[in-house]
Design a binder for this molecule. Sequence first.
Ligand code: ADP
Length: 203
Amino acid sequence: MKVIGVTGGIGSGKSTVCDILRTLGCEIFNADLVAKQLQETDSEVIAGIKQLFGADIYEGGVPNRKKMAEIAFCDAQKLEALSQLIHPKVFLEFERARKTAEANGAKALVKEAAILFESGGDKQVDETIVVLAPRTERIRRLEARGMTRQDIEARMARQLSDDELRARADYVIENTGSLDELRAKTMDILNKILSTSSITSNR
Ligand code: ADP
């Protein structure tokens, strides 16, 4: 089974690429979604967040993520502590997902993560795909989704630059055209990955 990491700047189209990969028969592990779920269900994570941000950050079992992001993005130590709290647990969940996918006979398991390289999550995958799109287009899409400009800029500042992503990627998708073009590019890369044996892979 191939294990593929998909990342890209916020609004680049990585979730769309993962949706396409799902239709092509891949299993998808959404690291950002799992991290969110852990913040609501894992007692250690909940206790850690309350310690870092105050107990009143939780409202009815759900942390106020907007407030958490505002605080963490201005406080490097808190951001680091939050990462240390959550990333190892997401990694464990991914290993569990890998075993399940393998047992199910999946041809590929995809880890979708906004900060795949920054979190060290790329070490868990065989091949990485980076999705890139022009900054102005990404901002337009995210504003259409209801995000504020300030939030978009803060999240972008936390991610690697396009050049850094490009340098680290095994495969790059330039999401500059239509959805049909994105589908074709995604299919092409998946076929390449699936036809590469693990022995000849560069990792
Ligand atoms: P990310 O997961 O990287 O934040 P998404 O995949 O959610 O980005 O894409 C952001 C938005 O842009 C979504 O609404 C998506 O449908 C749209 N989108 C992505 N790629 C294209 C494209 N090639 N053409 C038109 N819309 C696109």
